[in-house]
Design a protein around this ligand. Structure first.
Ligand SMILES: NC(=O)c1ccc[n+]([C@@H]2O[C@H](COP(=O)([O-])OP(=O)(O)OC[C@H]3O[C@@H](n4cnc5c(N)ncnc54)[C@H](OP(=O)(O)O)[C@@H]3O)[C@@H](O)[C@H]2O)c1
Length: 261
């Protein structure tokens, strides 16, 4: 029997869903490489994770996922940390800017594409190849419930998240014979800084207060509440676990039923 997977790279992980995922994987005993742009927040996240798992190898790299050099630096950081590539890759990034179709100009499409799709494709190309060569690995992308149902005012997400989910489905049967699974977690409305940004934007566009915008969003969620980051992270951690070895190419929507309502 192979030893359990231990080396996990979680991108965009100084707060929110990425950080919650790092916590969940740490609870499974994994060593971690994190990244984000703000070095101070990243250092705090690393310190918090180390305090919860003394002696565990946990490092952070300051980089911007929209830059190709970030992925190269992550490869170098992984080698410096483990002398080997990661066995678990969670592709997360910041969310694309909100806005309806008329508000999205060429520059906004390009920026959204680089953040939402290209950063993921680069991570998959570089780290997926190493995992396939090693003959084992778990990959999870974090996208959005917009893969299941478009959301008003999130045009870039509505258009580009499904492209990531499609890539996951394409790669799953190619990588399965080489021991690598790849799945997608699609969160709905979850309590993070990103959601506060989206609520402020929605309130501004609708000319209502943030509280009214929040109440409107909550009313559309059958579960009647926002999700917690740990609930999304638990879905990611499942796909990364030994137990999920026979599950690949799937999207798990974690949205309190909102995309079905
Ligand atoms: N929360 C939700 O309700 C929800 C729902 C659906 C989908 N999502 C998606 O899930 C993802 C995570 O959302 P979240 O709510 O956790 O967001 P968040 O609380 O804003 O956290 C985003 C994290 O990503 C990092 N980051 C952002 N841009 C980056 C970049 N270019 N390079 C490297 N790191 C970057 C941030 O750190 P720095 O700013 O320091 O770089 C931070 O650590 C986003 O794509 C979001 O759209 C969230």
């Amino acid at each position: 029997m192979r030893p359990p997977l231990r080396r996990a790279l979680v991108t965009a992980s100084s707060r929110g869903l990425g950080f919650a995922t790092a916590q969940a994987l740490s609870a499974q005993g994994m060593e971690l490489l994190l990244c984000a742009r703000d070095g101070m927040a990243l250092a705090e996240a690393v310190a918090q994770l180390r305090a919860a798992a003394p002696g565990r190898r946990i490092e952070g790299l300051v980089c911007d996922l929209t830059e190709a050099a970030c992925i190269e630096r992550l490869q170098e950081a992984a080698l410096a940390l483990w002398s080997a590539p990661p066995q678990v890759l969670v592709c997360n990034a910041g969310g694309p800017a909100p806005g309806g179709f008329e508000a999205v100009d060429d520059a906004a499409w390009r920026t959204g594409f680089e953040l939402t799709f290209l950063s993921t494709a680069r991570l998959l190309r570089h780290f997926g190849a190493a995992m396939c060569e090693a003959g084992e690995g778990r990959v999870v992308t974090i996208t959005s419930s917009t893969v299941a149902r478009p959301m008003s005012g999130l045009t870039v997400s509505n258009a580009l998240r499904p492209a990531v989910a499609a890539l996951v489905r394409e790669l799953a049967p190619q990588w399965a014979p080489r021991g690598v699974t790849i799945n997608n977690v699609a969160p709905g409305f979850t309590a993070t800084a990103r959601v506060e940004q989206l609520l402020a934007d929605a309130a501004g566009r609708a000319g209502v207060s943030v509280a009214e915008a929040r109440a409107g969003r909550l009313a559309a969620i059958p579960a009647g509440r926002m999700g917690e980051p740990a609930e999304v992270a638990a879905a990611v951690a499942y796909f990364c676990s030994e137990a999920a070895g026979y599950v690949t190419g799937q999207t798990l929507v974690v949205d309190g039923g909102a995309s079905l309502a």
